[in-house]
Ligand binder design. Structure first.
Ligand code: PLP
Length: 395
């Protein structure tokens, strides 16, 4: 049965993490994986998450099945968070999923059912798992221009020239905030333009929100999504709580679709739940219980959003220090692009070969496409990182 199956491509991030941990040099900087670490290089366990976990343990809840749609109170509370407590025209159907990844897959399955000829447009570049998930769902994909590799800024003209040519069979996958891997910002004007284009060309916007609170704040980071939600008739949204609650391994997320009628919304919700039902039957509930407890307990919600603000301040500080160091060591302001961006990630203007040189010669580990996780840079290593990058990219 399995003798002739092809081996899948290996996972770049997992491979690089392994290479970095096997690197026996005393000095190395691992900026590969997309998790937020504390100053001791440990994945941060937020205080609010710890307290919610303890509250739940004390309450002695049982571990019964939650149903394929998941816990609808959690789904509603997360929807309110993601939409910054604003209401939108139309009907939103939602289900709990295993992470944002599960949410994306549920949405793609429903798109495939609704229109097998749909094509999913992803930004070039995009999050490493977007394209494999689209392929696994049996849908076609293409890339729209996003980053200008010379300036490392948004290729605004390229992006809009492409989007304005799309039509009703097209789905445009956008990142709600903090684009992974580029960190590039879409302004409120860009979001308005996207929303209006969706209305005039009838492409479906599919927004992946995985970093709410990592750019300018919980409410501010919802602004782009709200602009689209208030303009278009239909919208798909997948949400990850992995990063902003730091509950990566608990697999906490959701999928939502905005529809013009209640009837459509109910059918869509039932179909969204089929992905869970036919893959793992019901979504995992431990992490969703924690997130729900935080969102419905005012003191915990405040504790959590304060912690998130501190993360945000720290990342902004790293961006500023990195830019200052690049200015100092390069004598120019090319790397100021890092300051105009948002979230945990930035891309270095380096080829795959140069990223490999950084690993081999300097023990600096980033992804092949140049992505580095800023939140993982120890402050004392900023100068080392900057001089290594300059040595490799400007040799
Ligand atoms: N979407 C984006 C844009 C991401 O960057 C990530 C993780 O890196 C995910 C989704 C995956 O989220 P989750 O771990 O909740 O499945």
């Amino acid at each position: 049965m399995f003798a002739n199956i092809p081996a899948p491509a290996s996972d770049e991030i997992i491979d690089l993490m392994a290479r970095s941990s096997n690197d026996e040099r005393a000095f190395k900087v691992d900026l590969t994986v997309g998790v937020y670490k504390d100053s001791n290089d440990n994945t941060l366990l937020m205080k609010a998450v710890k307290e919610a976990d303890q509250l739940l343990a004390k309450a002695g809840r049982n571990k019964s099945y939650v149903g394929s749609k998941g816990d609808l109170e959690y789904v509603q509370l997360l929807q309110e968070l993601v939409l910054a407590n604003q209401s939108v025209n139309g009907y939103i159907s939602g289900v709990q999923t295993a992470g944002g990844s599960g949410g994306l897959r549920a949405i793609l399955d429903v798109i495939k059912l609704a229109n097998p000829d749909a094509k999913i447009w992803v930004s070039d570049p995009t999050y490493a798992n977007h394209i494999p998930t689209i392929i696994a769902a049996g849908l076609a994909y293409e890339e729209y221009p996003f980053i200008d590799h010379k300036t490392m800024m948004l290729d605004e003209q390229g992006m809009f020239n492409r989007l304005e040519k799309l039509g009703k069979n097209d789905v445009v996958l956008l990142h709600g905030s903090c684009h992974n891997p580029s960190g590039l910002r879409l302004t409120s004007q860009h979001w308005q333009q996207i929303a209006q284009l969706s209305n005039s060309t009838h492409f479906l916007p599919l927004i992946d929100t995985a970093y709410q609170g990592f750019a300018d704040g919980l409410t501010e980071d919802a602004a782009g999504l709200l602009t689209v939600a208030n303009t278009v008739e239909r919208l798909a949204l997948c949400v990850s709580c992995s990063k902003n609650f730091g509950v990566y391994s608990d697999r906490v997320g959701a999928a939502y679709i905005l529809s013009p009628t209640e009837e459509e919304a109910n059918t869509v919700q039932a179909q969204l739940a089929i992905m869970s039902k036919t893959t793992y039957w019901v979504p995992p509930s431990n992490g969703a219980e924690i997130v729900k407890t935080i969102l419905k307990t005012p003191a915990l919600k405040k504790m959590w959003s304060d912690e998130l603000s501190q993360i945000n301040v720290k990342i902004k500080g790293i961006r500023a220090k990195l830019c200052a160091a690049f200015r100092q060591h390069s004598g120019d302001n090319y790397f100021d692009y890092i300051l105009s961006q948002e979230g945990m990630f930035a891309m270095l203007p380096a080829s795959e070969e140069q990223m490999e040189l950084l690993r081999v010669d300097y023990g600096v580990y980033g992804l092949n496409n140049g992505r580095i996780n800023l939140a993982s840079i120890p402050e004392q290593d900023i100068d080392y990182l900057v001089t290594s990058v300059l040595a490799v990219t400007r040799a």
